[in-house]
Write a protein that binds this ligand. Structure first.
Ligand code: ADP
Ligand code: MG
Length: 617
């Protein structure tokens, strides 16, 4: 006897529905997206019992003809693609023609729809994939789809649903993702007849504030980069709005919400030192690019997508966010400046003819992101030749200069550091070959060209990391003064000094209160010049006070930044060859070697390709 049979349509649909409709929220997403695709300007979502009893979406979009109204519930019935090429040029949210067929297979559905050109609309009732009723109806232009008793015919699935609270949370998440992507459309959500959201049409910023709360009103920074390859726009929260819990983070590619740990990394890395390591910045970013460059079809619920060139997208996102944050200056005196990655953005901004591609490949941005599979995967610096033997990472700049024989560094140091670095060095320089120009810049050769290093910026970075390390590892050594100094501060400053005291000790300041706002300083960090204690501390206080009024850095972070700023060797200082080697070597060991804590570039890489071209070779 033959045993193979074709499954009846309704069962086949039920099985297929498992892919598309896992829970009420999946149906919400599909229905909302259909309404968006229909060109609606006003979309209402109503749910009862967290969608288990009712999910209804009412839109004022273009509606459907009577025939289309019946057709739309057929599997693979779609008005959005006609052939396989269309699949790679999709501008709509839907395209598979599966959602309504799936919904009709797992719920009782009522459809009302009317086009502007029709006098009457169509009313349809469907259950188990079969039309049970059809009649003309008086209705506004647009479509209303109500689905009742989700999974009424599949008890096993119904039993899998979570509590109403949990399912409603999923629904709200989906609602927000769609509403965020289309601020020009009015959306509302009511649950059990209570209005949860009533979002007016407006700008993206208004939508963000409507959804995420008023506290973001003055607290977002616009991101906006347009290139021939892709456009990035949207907003990121200012660093002080970063939260302890993941949450307000949204990525949209061609208006489709996506989850991407990779791109999330690109954004968070751009915030690097502006937020605490374990906190999450708000972002709502849109990437628009030629649909042919993305494959939205890789995942049935379409939250994962594939980019044709993921690394370029990473680099753009990272640069765009950095650029945006750079414009949000930390203080009037200490502006962020563009970091080298952004300054080279242009090199890949129009990369798609061969010349430009060649130029792009010389740029730090490209080499940083295309060599290894992922941008944050750091490879050991094979070119590094800064000595051998065992070293313990950072050594105070001055003390090493005093004792040159302690200056040793090994590949294993670099390997240790590389795991923390969020940035891949483009062809690191040969430390042995460097020279100084204008007592300000260090030129050092790399395998593919040379680096121009700004000595002050570079040293600021080196000191900053050294000081920061004092809080995670060993405190900084104190250089004891021969003659302790007493310093008297104003009452307000004395309060601040007391507050900073534990941190100051960790950083190598040995000091004690001596009554009446006076302090005795017995020692200073090993590389702060002696005799300058009073001066150094006063300047430091002044900076900390100045910063703290305008930025929400912790006092400690302010202290670190101030100290490194203050004690960095200045431009205009002659350096010996050994000092230069030391500095470049130290810089290479930094976890973020390419910029100062405030975002100024520490070096500019130049490629041989660029040079040859300039010389017509
Ligand atoms: P897809 O969105 O992938 O095309 P669906 O099953 O979600 O597949 O919808 C099938 C078709 O029904 C759509 O292509 C569209 O033509 C029509 N349709 C669905 N919802 C609406 C709506 N709210 N307004 C107008 N037409 C709709
Ligand atoms: Mg659809």
């Amino acid at each position: 006897m033959d045993i193979i049979q074709l499954l009846p349509d309704n069962i086949a649909n039920q099985i297929a529905a498992g892919e598309v409709i896992q829970r009420p929220a999946s149906a919400v997403k599909e229905l909302l997206e259909n309404a968006v695709d229909a060109g609606a300007t006003d979309i209402k979502l109503l749910v009862n019992d967290a969608g288990k009893a009712l999910i209804q979406v009412i839109d004022n979009g273009k509606g459907m003809s009577e025939t289309d109204a019946r057709m739309c519930f057929e599997r693979h019935a779609t008005s959005k693609i006609k052939n396989i090429d269309d699949l790679f040029a999709i501008k709509t949210m839907g395209f598979r023609g599966e959602a309504l067929a799936s919904i009709a297979a797992v719920a009782q559905v009522e459809l009302k729809t009317k086009r502007a050109e029709d006098e009457f609309g169509t009313f349809l009732e469907i259950e188990n994939s079969t039309v049970t009723k059809q009649e003309p109806v008086a209705f506004n232009n647009g479509t209303s789809i109500a689905m009742k008793n989700l999974f009424f015919n599949i008890p096993a699935r119904r039993n899998f649903l979570k509590s109403n609270t949990a399912e409603l949370k999923h629904i709200i998440d989906e609602f927000i993702r769609v509403a965020m992507a289309f601020p020009e459309i009015a959306f509302s959500l009511s649950a059990n007849s209570n209005m949860v959201y009533a979002l007016e049409a407006g700008t993206l910023k208004q939508r963000i504030v409507q959804i995420l709360g008023n506290n973001y009103n003055a607290k977002v920074v616009a991101v906006q980069e347009q290139t021939d390859y892709l456009n990035i726009y949207g907003f990121v929260g200012k660093p002080d709005t970063a939260k302890k819990t993941r949450g307000d983070q949204y990525f949209f590619v061609n208006n489709r919400f996506i989850k991407s740990a990779y791109l999330n990394h690109a954004v968070v890395a751009a915030f690097s030192e502006m937020i605490a390591k374990d906190s999450f910045p708000m972002y709502c970013l849109f990437i628009d690019l030629n649909p042919a460059q993305v494959d939205v079809n890789v995942h049935p619920t379409k939250q994962e997508i594939k980019f044709e060139d993921e690394k370029i997208v990473y680099a753009f996102v990272n640069s765009a966010v950095k650029h945006a944050l750079a414009q949000y200056s930390v203080t009037p005196t200490l502006d962020f400046e563009l970091d080298p990655m952004i300054q080279h953005l242009d090199a890949v901004a129009k990369p798609f003819d061969d010349n430009q591609k060649a130029a792009a490949q010389e740029s730090i941005l490209y080499s940083g992101f295309t060599k290894s599979g992922q941008a944050h995967l750091i490879e050991a610096n094979k070119n590094y030749s800064g000595g051998s033997g065992s070293g313990s990472g950072f050594k105070p700049f001055k003390s090493i200069i005093d004792n040159p024989e302690t200056y040793e560094r090994s590949q294993s140091d670099i390997d240790t550091i590389k795991g923390q670095r969020s940035f891949e060095l483009p062809a690191a320089p040969q430390v042995s070959a460097c020279f100084q120009i204008h007592q300000t810049y260090i030129v050092t050769a790399t395998q593919q060209g040379y680096w121009l290093i700004h000595q002050q910026n570079a040293h600021e970075r080196v000191l900053y990391e050294k000081f920061s390390n004092a809080f995670t590892g060993k405190a900084i050594a104190t250089q004891q003064s021969l003659f302790p100094t007493t310093i008297e501060f104003s009452t307000a400053d004395a309060v601040l000094i007391n507050e900073l005291m534990p941190d100051l000790k960790q950083l190598g300041f040995m000091m004690e209160p001596f009554g009446n706002n006076t302090f005795v300083v017995h020692g200073t960090p090993a590389d702060v010049l002696q005799g300058n204690e009073k001066d150094a501390l006063e300047k430091m206080l002044e900076q900390v006070k100045h910063f703290s009024s305008s930025v929400k850095f912790s006092k400690r972070e302010l202290l670190l930044r101030t100290l490194s700023l203050q004690h960095a060797i200045k431009a205009g200082t002659a350096l010996t060859h050994q000092e230069m080697q030391q500095l470049v070597g130290d810089l290479l060991l930094c976890s973020v070697p390419n910029s100062t804590p405030n975002g100024k570039p520490t070096f500019m890489p130049y490629g041989m390709g660029e040079l040859s071209k300039q010389f017509g070779r």
